[in-house]
Ligand binder design. Structure first.
Ligand SMILES: [Zn+2]
Length: 98
């Protein structure tokens, strides 16, 4: 009975933002989960593999992808700070003035 009608469900191509990410610490794919608590404007970044966990204040408009990007930046900054490249490139610039 009236079963012939095909229901065509139009699905709008909603751009889905990623909710899981690759862990920059242990390198595991899709192991980073980000929990956003907008009430307290805090995001918890957690890796299911290496169990790294970090809490980060967020702006109200921030999505997981933003939080993750921000965190990556922080990590890069920190690692750059930790291992300040020794000035090996220092050239002994003896300028002969004569
Ligand atoms: Zn990890």
């Amino acid at each position: 009975m009236g079963r012939k009608r095909k229901r065509i469900i139009r699905t709008k191509p909603i751009p889905t933002l990623p909710t899981v990410f690759d862990c920059p610490i242990c390198g595991t794919t899709n192991s980073i989960n980000i929990d956003i608590d907008r009430k307290i404007r805090t995001a918890v970044i957690f890796c299911g593999k290496c169990k790294i966990q970090t809490t980060k204040p967020i702006r109200p408009i921030e999505e997981r992808v933003d939080v993750f990007g921000d965190w990556l930046d922080t990590l890069v900054e920190e690692s750059e700070e930790g291992q300040k490249t020794p000035v090996s490139e220092e050239k002994s610039d003896i300028t002969d003035e004569s």
